[in-house]
Each structure stands twice: as structure tokens, then as C-alpha cells.
Design a protein around this ligand. Structure first.
Ligand SMILES: Cc1ncc(COP(=O)(O)O)c(C=O)c1O
Length: 403
């Protein structure tokens, strides 16, 4: 056989570590942000696909359909209406850019604003995808501790003052204020006001990541931070991943034109996938508001199963707050448990968890914490998976104690 070509000497410095080949999903997969397969509105999506293809399918022959570089216009119009009704955001379709998932939104905003050596502010426990993106860009994330109401404003004020004393002006203040990942907290409206006051005082723009906003059990969300600012200093991103399906890869950015006009030239992919935008545009008009309450009900029931399973198999060793929405539970185990060291033996037993230190910039604080996504498993899988995890944890760390 011919000798294989060695690409290694050609690789530029600073690439991420090589990927491992995908080995399939584990039996009990509590990781990632996957959704509930049984709640997927499949019939509605199929009907929408047929309708929109029959009516407008030939526009697929044109890059960007007939809608220009910001994405399928009927979907942006749906979003403008939804954002106004739910989040209080007064924007038009022209203020919205459809992206390939909100991850592309994160990449575009970062590519537009950040350079190596910058500092940004984030919540201390934070979405891993945000943390790794910042680290890869050589940007320092300063973590602000959270309590049961999300980011602590006293800690934010202190961090901003300290950074200013050191001559550092953060490039942005990133927050997941509405069902925070991983803590599940919701930032109350007074804190949103205080955050905006501090942002204005220190001249720092706000980057609001709102992808879980549809998944609050009560259906009542606080106004978006974007909607509360009169300074055009907030960038807002959202997604259909959590409300409809993550594999569609459809998200969006809402931003004032001053920054949108700088973001647009960074989106060099000639448009996000058009079929999924067309299907969502067709489906969401008239169906979104009926679908989401059903999804929430199913997710809430799975969360209850997860909390009951943890109580049954871990007893008091697993501490958590009952989140007001979302798809995750952020669980504290006793200090002796090293969540990173729990990962591999749990995997060997068919259970995958997200170890806390990967979801925090405060590794000591997250040492014995883990994030469990409950959306994509069945009730039975949740309880069997937690039983298996408890068994592994007992073997490794003596926690929970033998009963
Ligand atoms: C806080 C947060 N932002 C962004 C994303 C990315 O989502 P997507 O690219 O699927 O819209 C996720 C996914 O889990 C998330 O938790």
C-alpha cells in the first residue's frame, strides 16, 4: 500500500487537538443540548415542507433565495413578530440575520469584535461552547459568580471596577440571562436594568444569548435585555435548536445596523441552508405558539423524573435547585467527588455526563458539579441511567454511601 501523506508538518500552530472518531451515542447520554424526539412536530414540518416547496421551491435556484443575504424573509418576519410579542424587542426583519445555529452567531460576533489579548465578561458557570471559543481566540473570560437569580450584580460591579483600575475595558459582557446554561437561572428584570446601567457606566456592550427563552415552564419570560436598552448597545442571539430541533441548524442575530453592517461581511458562506429556513418560516407562522407549550410540558415531566431519580439513587448526596425551565440540571455532588474523574468510568458503564469543570471558568467551584441534559432520554432511560451513574459514583468515590 502507498505510504499515506503526512499533513502534520503543514498544520498551523494553535489548532485544536485532533478529533477522535465518533463511536456512537452512549446508552444513557445526559450530555449536549439535544431535544425531545417525541415532541418534534414532525407532521407539521412535513406539511410545511410540501407547502413551501410547491409554492416557492424554484427560488432554491438562487443563492439567498429571493430574500438577500440576511436569510429567508418570511422567517425573519415571523421572528420580528415573535420577538416583539414575547421579548419586547422592537425590531424589523431588516435587523435580523439568520445564521447556521446560534453557534454561528457566536462566531460572527466574536470574529467582528474580538482580537487576541482582549478581555470579556461572562457568567462564571457558562456554556462550554462560549468558553472554548474565547480561549481559542486568545481572549480572557472574566467569570462573574451566579446565585439563584443568575449573574450577581455586586460581583459584576466589583469586576468592572477592578478591570478599570487595571486599565482594561472588556470588549463585551456576555450573558445567558433567560434559563442560564448550565445553572438554569433566570435573571430578574431589576438585575437586567442594573446590568444595563453598569454596561453604560463602563462603556461595555452587552451580548445576550437567549436560546432557551421559549422553555420557561410558566411561559412568562422577562423582557430581553435588548428590549430594555435605549442605547443600541446590545447584540441578541437566539435559536430554533431548543424550541424545534437542533439538527436544523437555524439561529439568528438581532443587532443595531451599526454592528450588523460589520457582522454581515464576516458571513462568507453565501447564506445558511435555505430549505430549513423555508420550512421553519412556513411551519412557525401559526404553529410555533401551539407547539412550544406541548414541548415544555414534556420537558418538565422529564425533569421531574430526573429529580426523583437523583433523590432515589443519590439521596442527599445530589444537591440541585429545581430550574424554572430548560433542558439541564446543574447538580452538586459532595466535595470528594471529582466530576472529571467520574466521566470515564461512567462512560464505561454506558452513562455520559458533562463534568462541571468544562462548564465553568472557576474550576474549583465546579470540581464536584455535573450538568445533566434530560431532554432526549425517555423517562425509563433517565431513571436507569441515574441508577447506573450512582453505582459508578459509589464505586469510585464512596458516594452515595451504601444504604
Ligand atoms: C447558551 C447556548 N448558546 C448557543 C448554543 C448553540 O446552539 P445552536 O447553535 O444549536 O443554536 C447553545 C447550545 O446548546 C447554548 O447552550
Amino acid at each position: 500500500m502507498a505510504e499515506s501523506f503526512d499533513f502534520t508538518p503543514l498544520l498551523p500552530a494553535g489548532l485544536p487537538p485532533a478529533a477522535a472518531r465518533w463511536a456512537g451515542r452512549a446508552k444513557y447520554d445526559f450530555t449536549g443540548g439535544n431535544n425531545d424526539p417525541d415532541s418534534l412536530p414532525l407532521d407539521g414540518l412535513m406539511a410545511a415542507t410540501e407547502a413551501v416547496m410547491k409554492r416557492e421551491g424554484r427560488t432554491l435556484a438562487t443563492y439567498g433565495l429571493a430574500s438577500g443575504p440576511q436569510g429567508y424573509r418570511p422567517l425573519r418576519e415571523f421572528l420580528a413578530g415573535k420577538l416583539k410579542a414575547d421579548a419586547g424587542i422592537a425590531c424589523t426583519a431588516d435587523d435580523i440575520l439568520i445564521t447556521s445555529g446560534s453557534l454561528q452567531g457566536l462566531d460572527l460576533v466574536n470574529a467582528t469584535l474580538l482580537e487576541r489579548g482582549d478581555t470579556v465578561i461572562i457568567e462564571e458557570d457558562c456554556y462550554q461552547g462560549t468558553i472554548t471559543r474565547l480561549i481559542r481566540r486568545g481572549v480572557t473570560p472574566v467569570g462573574i459568580p451566579l446565585d439563584r437569580d443568575g449573574m450577581r450584580m455586586d460581583a459584576l460591579a466589583a469586576a468592572l471596577a477592578e478591570l478599570k483600575r487595571n486599565g482594561v475595558r472588556p470588549k463585551y459582557l456576555y450573558t445567558i440571562p433567560t434559563v442560564q446554561n448550565p445553572t438554569g437561572t433566570i435573571l430578574p428584570v431589576e438585575r437586567r436594568r442594573e446590568l444595563l446601567r453598569l454596561a453604560a457606566e463602563y462603556g461595555v456592550p452587552v451580548f445576550e444569548d437567549d436560546c432557551y427563552c421559549d422553555l420557561i415552564w410558566s411561559g412568562q419570560r422577562p423582557p430581553a435585555i435588548y428590549s430594555m436598552s435605549d442605547r443600541a448597545n446590545v447584540i441578541h442571539i437566539g435559536s430554533f435548536s431548543k424550541s424545534i430541533a437542533p439538527a436544523l441548524r437555524v439561529g439568528y442575530i438581532v443587532a443595531p445596523w451599526s454592528v450588523m453592517s460589520r457582522i454581515l461581511p464576516m458571513k462568507t458562506d453565501a447564506g445558511s441552508g435555505a430549505l430549513e429556513q423555508m420550512v421553519l418560516g412556513e411551519y412557525c407562522n401559526g404553529n410555533f405558539s401551539k407547539h412550544v407549550p406541548m414541548l415544555r410540558k414534556s420537558l418538565r415531566a422529564k425533569l421531574v423524573t430526573l429529580m426523583e431519580s437523583l433523590k432515589e439513587h443519590f439521596g442527599d448526596a445530589a444537591q440541585f435547585d429545581d430550574p424554572k425551565g430548560g433542558i439541564f440540571l446543574w447538580v452538586k455532588l459532595p466535595d470528594g467527588v471529582d466530576a472529571l474523574k467520574l466521566y470515564h468510568p461512567a462512560l464505561a458503564a454506558g452513562v455520559v455526563i458533562n463534568p462541571g469543570p468544562e462548564w465553568s471558568v472557576n474550576k474549583a467551584h465546579a470540581h464536584s458539579r455535573m450538568r445533566l441534559c434530560f431532554a432526549s432520554l425517555s423517562h425509563e432511560e433517565i431513571s436507569h441511567g441515574i441508577a447506573a451513574l450512582a453505582e459508578v459514583c459509589r464505586k469510585q468515590f464512596g458516594v452515595p454511601a451504601d444504604r
